[in-house]
Design a protein around this ligand. Structure first.
Ligand code: SF4
Length: 223
């Protein structure tokens, strides 16, 4: 078997697994399924696959007001291509304050965690689908397929076994449109003030919150 055949076979195994998980979701949660996405590379793959199995899945995007223009453009692309996307924003009254200058904790809490908390509070008995994978960082090494949340709903992570190489094989093979920042050295894309390109040898999320040991915004650790 050639190296390229092995890569293809690995992605085929992953596709078989993710289809099983998404079919299970549909059978067990019907129309009570939603997905969150910031339209990164993992999300690009999941969006392509989920459309075939749960075509009307509701997608939520958290707009912090600090996203790259490239991220907003790729979100717009998906909106124009039939994906049902709702934007969540902070409900804080003073929208003009530069929250990130007050510290990452408070900024992520107000701009990301609280809007998501508000959403989850109204999603009793739902299934929240994410595109997290175990290889993204040390904080994600142990995530399971299915996990409880602090709310009356469950979270499914159907891409835990996908490696970066699998993601890009699928994107290139399917000729999917992706956030252009990946062509400029970025490997995980969050808000502009807190995201940098990654150097060779660093882990995928090393460009996030550089200069401090923060690796998560709280969406997948606090909720
Ligand atoms: S990632 Fe940075 S800019 Fe975005 S919400 Fe968190 S601290 Fe604020």
């Amino acid at each position: 078997m050639k190296t390229s055949d092995i890569q293809k076979q690995n992605v085929d195994f992953l596709l078989s697994q993710i289809k099983t998980l998404l079919c299970w979701s549909r059978e067990n949660f019907a129309d009570k399924i939603f997905m969150t996405s910031s339209f990164g590379s993992n999300g690009t793959v999941l969006l392509d696959i989920i459309k075939k199995i749960i075509p009307d899945v509701q997608i939520y995007f958290i707009d912090t007001d600090y996203h790259f223009q490239e991220t907003l453009e790729i979100k717009e692309y998906y909106e124009k291509n039939g994906y049902c996307i709702k934007t969540l924003t902070s409900q804080t009254e003073d929208k003009n304050q530069q929250l990130y200058t007050m510290g990452h904790d408070i900024c992520c809490q107000i701009n990301k965690v609280e809007p998501m908390q508000n959403l989850l509070a109204g999603k009793e008995k739902h299934l929240w689908i994410t595109a997290l994978s175990r290889g993204q960082s040390d904080t994600r090494k142990q995530i399971p397929f299915l996990q409880p949340t602090n709310f009356e709903l469950f979270k499914l992570n159907p891409m835990i076994a996908w490696r970066e190489v699998d993601i890009w094989y699928y994107i290139k093979h399917r000729e999917l449109k992706y956030n252009r920042l990946y062509d400029r050295g970025y490997r995980s894309i969050g808000c502009q003030p807190c995201t940098m390109p990654v150097k060779p040898g660093e882990h995928t999320r090393a460009g996030r919150w550089q200069g401090c040991d923060r690796q998560e915004c709280g969406l997948h650790t606090k909720l």
